[in-house]
Design a protein around this ligand. Sequence first.
Ligand code: 26V
Length: 797
Amino acid sequence: MNDLSLTPNLLQADVARHLTFTLGKDAPNASVYDWRMALSFAIRDRIVEPWFASTRRTWAEDRKRVYYLSMEFLIGRILEDATINLGLRDVAEEVMAGFGQDFRAIIENEPDAALGNGGLGRLAACFMESMATLGCPAYGYGIRYEHGLFRQRFEGGQQVETPEDWLSQAHPWEFARPESSYTIPFKGAVETVGGRESWVAGETVLAEAHDTPVVGWQGKWANTLRLWAAKPTTMFDLERFNRGDYAAAAEPEALARTLSRVLYPDDTTYQGKELRLKQEFFLTSAALQDILRRFKSTHSNLRDLPKYVAIQMNDTHPAIAGPELVRLLVDENGMEFADALETARGCLGYTNHTLLPEALERWATFTFGNVLPRHMQIVERIDQWHKDENYHRPHYIGIVKHHEVRMGELAFIMAHKVNGVSALHSELVKKNLFPELDKLHPGRIINQTNGVTPRRWLKMANRPLAKLITDTIGEGWEDHLDRLRELEPAIKGKQFREAFGAAKRVNKVALSNWIGAECGVQVSPDALFDVQIKRIHEYKRQLLNILETIARWHAIRANPKANWVPRVKIFGGKSAPGYAVAKEIIHLINDVAAVINTDPVTGDLLKIVYPPNYNVSMAERLIPASDLSEQISTAGKEASGTGNMKFMMNGAPTIGTLDGANVEILQEVGAENFFLFGLTAEEVMIRRQDPDHSRKAIEASKALQDVLQMIAEGRFSPTQKDRYHGLVHRVWHHDYFLVAADFDAFHAAQGEVDKAYADRQRWLGMAAMNTARSGFFSSDRTIRSYMDDIWGIEPAL
Ligand code: 26V
């Protein structure tokens, strides 16, 4: 076990040793980077022990393992989180201060590993940490993208993307495992040899493992995140080269270079690109070959696989796991098809993360059959088999329809459990996404409400509040988050409320300073910090937020002497590079900010800031300093949300619709501590039936009319007055996400926020109650539930 009583002297000696012998640097010449590396290696050394111990125990006790397959792991920075979980955060700070180094500067020197787009990838990272905390033997499998999610800049208020480069510096947390490499085949043809099918690939790449240990709370357990890098199988095709075919000779290298080069940055619309399918198969095949090798090293009967192996598919991205596992069992291990099917299903679980039809993966059978010819056959056989087994199956249901392979149906049919990510979402998965399959397989669809790790999102990101919590209820809440309820008696007293407010203010002052430096806007820490941070998407309705902000500005200008509560509206988030409507919303927010921030009439009463390049590290800065959490998606569209949970934990009440996990947040925190507004999912469906819904809503709302009028007149785009004509037209006539229909309700709810904030004691009570009742949203609770309901795994701790 890890020595948690480790004295600063030992850590100091190790940092000095790594600086000299690993980095080859002399202290006087060492840069922040060198110090960061030295500290990272010294901390990493302390993870290796529990990591080995965990692995050894899993082998010795022949435990079942979880394999979490995900195209995305949105990890963020690792160093500070590792020190927190090892109980070395303050010791590390002290040691570095002894070297004359600023701990914060070292922490911020680490690039933010952005191997994901948003919620789905960040959830995978929180799950890895919770599995380690609970002692659930687990491997995360993903792709070691050379470039994570693009960096975002604003030019003239518009988003510009530049490549992200997290691997340009050495990455101290990973261990390359060139000995763990697998050949990944693509294309070619299927041949029948002795009555058995066999796939002869047309091209191959090598998947090379890179392992990062993931340590849990208090260093009691550590699991492995195994990311695959693509390498050419033949460094160079000498035969082709000698024939003079120089371009073709370099092909294997070119394929390998592109395969793990870059994360797909569009999580909104599925595009059907061959390279994406290849990435998905690359991850999945490498993972499954690795899983089978590990299993076979100690077991001989492959039919026992489900007793020892649970494979979770994070959305449909690795859904090729079904047919690939069947192929490996049948073609390479001689199992009968029906047995292979049953064995595969016993292992597989499928998590759905979206109902948006444009994000559901479907591959043209042409592309699918070309890249994965053997899998095309297997998919058709699975589909036929499923039809035969369920002869009531309606004709329009199936995996292959209209010359497309539907990955949702494939994942559903190949999984023993299918889950949604919030109570509401799981009901909608049953009712709207898979109604027929749900009827054929009752009980297969279950709910697993998302969660977030309180170690990163509370203990690490919000030190003032974490300290107050510990001072009030003692230690141990970090891995028993329900204990936050013990704060409730204290919240009744003014003293605790003021302490809660003081902790929040420390964070707000720090954020104000950062905003001043980063965005050049002066904001007062006494203003209400109102924050919407997430990917920019029409359904998330950043547009509703900025329209309401304009209405507020207009109202203040009409009556500047009234008793306004000063507000800072904070936006953060990236648009998919090809998503024109989302980019237009970004442009509008920045244009509106430019006008409002320089208006002497409204002055400090209203400011808008939109720091570029929102990422995990920025979230860690913003959320603890937030007063109000904007969760305003069109009801029925946000599967769960996880940012909403982070805000709640950090004492920011929600203004939100009855969507995703907001429903459960409201239930936990109580209506008196939540600003609810807007149409319900059911009302949304009904309202859409009226083709004139937006016109009617606008005509009924003087405030919204004024706002749209100002935008249309070019008040926020004086150099190009017609810039937003298209946008305004769409609000009037093609308002699919019901911005207009919910505007007045949102505006009124914002008024309620002002009232509550003006009553300081009331507000502090609401904020503190949000923290006290956030225990349910720990990802430890989520993972325990997956272990019980899907994986059938007992925690080792
Ligand atoms: C979709 C696609 C479509 C095709 C190409 C690339 C790509 C990459 C990512 C995605 C994921 C979209 C689904 C997603 O991120 N869902 C979010 O999952 C969160 C965790 O469950 C949940 O909290 C959010 O509400 C949900 O939007």
